[in-house]
Design a protein around this ligand. Structure first.
Ligand code: NAD
Length: 259
């Protein structure tokens, strides 16, 4: 792990998928709040580049290669975090994948790999992080779900929507079981955000239709999602546990009728 420790507040925040998109912005906000950021990402070069950017801003950050689809990779990563820091105060499960294909033809291997990254990966990272949090009797876990786990967002999200619904159920289960240890677990459910993921996934037609269905008539920004995560990770959110916080410009609030 490459690291600097210039502005660490003594707490460590591990962000899976922290090299890009929403995870990178969460890292930036938590780094500014004084956390030492561990960017745990499949793409080591991208994680190193993001960590270097935070270091250039005077923050404390490390890059760690982790594949959340692989239990051994997760175990090795958290073992390294345990040895190096002796703690993990915040875990943000942001690593996620999505493939949009029709339900009737949805390939089993893609369904299973999506569940493996989005759900099993969040569960396993949560277990390892909790084991480091329990001795300190303080911890914050934030799972990045999606509005697609609460509504069917267009067609094609057989794996993605199901996985995010499962992330929401997982969040509630973890919240109930971990709060006796001083650990809160919550989920943020973003609406659409312009990131490397959606640049590939969202066609122009889909963007137009999605934007029309959002009362605020725009995509969210990574900063708007990260603000919600930063709040849930804060000391101030000490009585918030097991919730799903949509950050979606009113998308879920809207029913029938044109807007
Ligand atoms: N962008 C959106 O509109 C949107 C909306 C709702 C929810 N989300 C969720 O937010 C999270 C972040 O999405 P994003 O748009 O920033 O994605 P992104 O694709 O832009 O970034 C995801 C990051 O996760 C990493 N990653 C992918 N697979 C991994 C694995 N197996 N192990 C470790 N790291 C892995 C990638 O290398 C990348 O750095 C995801 O869970 C996604 O489902 C995104």
């Amino acid at each position: 792990m490459e690291e600097t420790q210039r502005k660490s507040n003594g707490r460590v925040a591990v962000i899976t998928g922290g090299a890009a998109g929403i995870g990178a912005e969460v890292g930036e906000q938590l780094a500014a709040a004084g956390y030492h950021i561990v960017i745990a990402d499949l793409d080591l070069a991208a994680a190193q580049a993001t960590a270097a950017r935070f270091q250039g801003q005077g923050h404390a950050a490390s890059a760690l290669q982790m594949n959340v689809a692989d239990a051994q990779s997760i175990a090795a990563g958290f073992s390294q975090i345990g040895q190096e820091f002796g703690r993990c105060d915040v875990l943000v499960n942001s690593a996620g994948i999505a493939k949009v294909l029709p339900f009737v033809e949805y390939p089993l291997d893609i369904f299973q790999s999506t569940m493996n990254v989005n759900v099993t990966g969040s569960m396993l990272c949560g277990q390892h992080a909790a084991r480091l949090m329990i001795p300190k009797h303080w911890g914050r876990i934030v799972n990045i779900a999606s509005v697609a786990g609460m509504r069917a967002v267009g067609s094609g999200r057989t794996a993605y929507g199901t996985s995010k619904g499962a992330v929401i159920a997982l969040t509630r289960q973890m919240a109930v079981e971990l709060c006796p240890h001083g650990i809160t677990v919550n989920a943020v459910a973003p609406g659409p955000v312009d990131t490397p993921m959606t640049r590939v996934l969202h066609t122009d037609k889909f963007r137009e239709e999605y934007t029309r269905a959002i009362p605020m008539k725009r995509y969210g920004t990574t900063a708007e999602i990260a603000s919600a995560v930063t709040y849930l990770a804060s000391d101030g959110a000490s009585y918030v546990n097991g919730i799903v916080l949509p950050v979606d410009g009113g998308f879920l609030a809207h029913g029938a009728g044109s807007i």
